[in-house]
Design a protein around this ligand. Structure first.
Ligand code: NAD
Ligand code: GLY
Length: 359
């Protein structure tokens, strides 16, 4: 079992990473203060892992809130289903919410925990690679709006993150690849040695080698924790975690939530950010090609969907949360292994890049 700590003063919490953690009450009990636990999950994840979690937490008074599965349900209407059941069952501030599922369940449960009776405890139990390496750590919670991805939400940290790597055994290949996009992101933005390791070990990750997966999850969570510790509420450096996301969110909003997986949109977005970084003279064309090679090895898209135009990109990117005083800011690479947030890139380069990708 590997353990990390997210050091945020009185909001600090541990991340446990290992196989078969779900059957051990000791990973859960110290982080549950009251007698009641409401497990929020979905109809896909529940048949795999709900029974095991219920047995492990059998000493608690358990409720189960089962939501429909999918990014298209990550909205206020579905969030309300959580509140409806919590209120119908008369849950108080002492209830702990437990998010059992991928990033959609984690983001919605965290937001529900932030709002229910002005805040209750919550535990992240992520079951996709993407949620294990990214969304369960750092306290970003929320839902989508028709006009923009993750536009309604709150920063709200969990009490603990429990990552059982055995859950990856049931994850579809496409979802594994989507998670690897975020893993590759950490190498690009802040960890060149890890990026080098990924270039050499990507085959092992695709083959689901347990040791390689645990190492990649640990490195990713460690990198993310360090960035979050430096800037919990994203007033600066945390924005580098969004490499490729401004382009990616535009793709997700354009295609309608759920058609492209988040990790797929991020993959294409990272290539677009790398291309612009290259046009800006920061990284070489060979380094862009190396990234394309890595993403293609993982069967991830390296181009946006056909039909999206440069103007549509600009329109959708204008609602990005990084836009400041009407000025578009993008996460760019100033070298492989080091990202910066920039508003000083050349508009001509951006347009040339968008035109290249959209034609
Ligand atoms: P997801 O939650 O939709 O899960 C993907 C699919 O896998 C779903 O169908 C789910 O039911 C299924 N699934 C989950 N675990 C499984 C398992 N072990 N075996 C089989 N199937 C399983 O998607 P995701 O990729 O986990 O998360 C994407 C979401 O995370 C997006 O909404 C994105 O915005 C959000 N996100 C948030 C942050 C953050 O910091 N909060 C960071 C990155 C992404
Ligand atoms: N996934 C981006 C962040 O957590 O800030």
């Amino acid at each position: 079992m590997l353990e990390l700590n997210v050091d945020l003063g009185d909001r600090s919490y541990p991340i446990f990473i290992g196989s078969d953690l779900f059957s051990t009450p000791d990973y859960f009990q110290p982080y549950i203060k009251g007698k009641r636990v409401a497990i929020v999950t979905n109809e896909t994840v529940a048949p795999f892992y709900l029974g095991l979690i219920k047995r492990t937490l059998a000493t608690y008074d358990l409720s189960v809130i089962t939501l429909p599965d999918g990014e298209k349900y990550k909205n206020l209407e579905t969030l309300n289903l959580i509140f409806d059941q919590l209120l119908e069952e008369r849950h108080t501030r002492k209830t702990t919410l437990l998010a059992l599922g991928g990033g959609v369940i984690g983001d919605m449960t965290g937001f529900a925990a932030a709002c229910y009776q002005r805040g209750v405890d919550f535990i992240q139990v992520p079951t996709t690679l993407l949620s294990q390496v990214d969304s369960s750590v750092g306290g970003k919670t929320g839902v989508n709006h028709a006009l923009g991805k993750n536009m309604i939400g709150a920063f709200y940290q969990p009490n603990v993150v429990i990552i059982d790597t055995a859950t990856l055994g049931t994850l579809p290949d496409r979802e594994l690849s989507a998670g690897l996009a975020e893993v590759i992101k950490y190498g690009l933005i802040c960890d060149k040695p890890f990026y080098q390791w990924l270039l050499e070990n990507i085959g092992r990750l695709m083959d689901r080698d347990p040791e390689a997966l645990s190492y990649a999850i640990h490195q990713s969570c460690r990198d993310k924790a360090r960035v979050v510790e430096a800037d919990e509420k994203e007033s600066g450096i945390r924005a580098i975690l969004n490499l490729g996301h401004t382009f990616g969110h535009a793709i997700e909003t354009h295609t309608g939530y759920g058609d492209w997986l988040h990790g797929e949109a991020v993959a294409a977005g990272m290539v677009m950010a790398a291309d612009l970084s290259c046009r800006e003279g920061n990284i070489s064309r060979e380094e862009v090609d190396e990234l394309v090679y890595l993403l293609e090895r993982v069967s991830l898209p390296v181009m946006p969907p056909s039909g999206i135009t440069p103007d549509r990109f600009l329109e959708l990117m204008a609602v990005d949360k990084k836009v400041l005083d009407g000025q578009l800011r993008l996460v760019l690479l100033d070298s492989v292994g080091h990202a910066v947030v920039s508003d000083s890139f050349s508009h001509q380069h951006l347009m040339a890049s968008l035109e290249w990708f959209c034609c």
